[in-house]
Design a protein around this ligand. Structure first.
Ligand code: NDP
Length: 393
């Protein structure tokens, strides 16, 4: 029997109040098509906390499969797992979204990640049924060569979201070719996009894809405690590939639209057609002002917990488009595309062209106290952090 520990919750609330650490054992006789995995690394994302609070768009089902006193759910959506045992092959071939269909593509020693969100990753081990469908073997033929567990554990939510949002709403690459890179009208450089929350995991990924795809980015971050720290953050993002980094204060200032025109977009001749909104509230309203006519604003986060008005004037006179992005649904609708996106990003990581976001390691071993784990989850929405929490096992 494998002894396992998992964080669980049975009611919604603050993580520090509702999470508990549960110990259970997993039988060595695995059902057909199942595998036993051990967790190597699992990040704590804002959505994980919102799920525990009960404010997220998806509510996890509660069950007593792990032998908890009350029906419970396991939080966490992302992780890098190592396969430690494989059950007998499944009689039913895996369909479409799964492995190669022979039911036997996942082997002992493979690194795997959850194929969809909602897996429940804050645990030391998991017995995974229908593994070919539920899990995704990392890196295809190349496996995990040249990758760290932290990279694999954090690839599927933040970088994948940034990748899809930059590709699926406005064809910035095409726009670059047509109106920028061609040098038409003296332009140099690629098409612009604008984003707030630019130092988030998603934001840092968007900056890097922008650089790799020849785009230019205007990035908004919150001011730090001192001017030196603010400058250091700006510099860090510029090193990743950000073209322009401004503070939220600069962005909200009346002068911003004029600066955008005069300093960066040649009198407004170079349009800003895509805005990625992680924050909401005033920052989102400023984004509406900054976008060019027929531009598109994609909202994917609400870190300020503030809504923003859909202002009538800009909708009509600038003919702006407002979209929402949710990776979970996108992944369900496009399972193969999701795998391809993840594999492409892993290749970029392998080649040293894409850097994972900074993280703070939280070691989770057999003796780690419940409080340490709960605090790591609770701290996620605190703001001004040097990196997101990453459980390492
Ligand atoms: P990170 O944990 O990496 O970063 C959090 C970001 O939020 C930082 O930039 C932080 O800025 C900022 N922030 C925190 N508090 C506030 C606040 N009160 N006002 C403004 N900004 C704030 O985040 P992720 O990249 O993992 O996620 C960012 C957002 O994207 C989250 O809302 C998340 O739920 C969402 N998301 C949505 C997806 C989707 O499918 N829709 C997929 C992936 C992420 P600072 O350093 O200044 O505190």
């Amino acid at each position: 029997y494998t002894q396992a520990k998992t964080l669980v919750f049975s009611r919604f609330g603050e993580p520090a109040d509702v999470l508990s650490l549960h110990t259970h054992s997993i039988s060595p006789s695995l059902p057909a098509g199942a595998v036993l995995v051990r967790t190597l690394a699992a990040p704590v994302n804002p959505a994980d906390v919102n799920t525990i609070q009960g404010t997220y768009g998806a509510k996890p089902p509660l069950s007593q499969l792990l032998g908890t006193a009350e029906p419970a759910a396991v939080p966490g959506n992302e992780a890098c797992f190592e396969v430690v045992a494989v059950g007998p092959p499944s009689p039913r071939p895996a369909a479409g979204t799964g492995g190669d269909g022979d039911g036997n593509t996942i082997k002992r020693g493979d690194w795997v990640i959850p194929a969809t969100t909602g897996f429940g990753t804050f645990r030391t081990h998991a017995l995974v049924e229908d593994a070919e469908r539920t899990l995704f073997r990392v890196g295809g033929e190349k496996g995990n060569a040249g990758l760290s567990a932290a990279q694999v554990a954090t690839v599927s939510v933040n970088p994948s979201s940034a990748y899809r949002m930059l590709k699926d709403y406005v064809d910035l690459v095409d726009l670059s070719v047509k109106s920028f890179a061609s040098g038409g009208d003296g332009a140099t450089g690629g098409a612009w996009f604008l984003q707030n929350g630019a130092n988030s995991g998603v934001g840092r990924a968007a900056i890097q894809f922008g650089r790799l795809w020849g785009l230019r980015s205007i990035n908004v971050v919150r001011e730090r405690a001192t001017p030196e720290e603010t400058e250091a953050l700006k510099e860090e993002l510029r090193e990743l590939g950000a073209t322009v980094v401004v503070t939220e204060k600069e962005f909200l200032d009346r002068s911003f639209t004029a600066r955008l025109k005069e300093e960066w977009t040649r009198g407004g001749k170079e349009p800003v057609m895509l805005g990625l909104n992680c924050v909401g509230g005033k920052s989102a309203s400023a984004m509406v002002k900054a976008l060019s006519p027929k531009g598109c604003m994609v909202t994917y986060g609400g870190m300020s917990r503030q809504s923003f008005p859909f202002p009538t004037g800009p909708q009509i006179f600038k003919r702006l488009r407002f979209e929402g992005f949710w990776l979970s649904e996108w992944g369900k609708e496009n399972p193969l595309e999701k795998r391809n996106t993840v594999n492409e990003i892993l290749d970029l990581m392998r080649e040293g062209k894409f850097k994972e976001a900074p993280f703070q390691e939280v070691e989770w071993n057999w003796d780690t106290e419940e409080k340490v784990l709960k605090d790591a989850v609770q701290g996620t929405l605190a703001g001004f952090r040097s990196g997101k929490g990453l459980f390492v096992f």
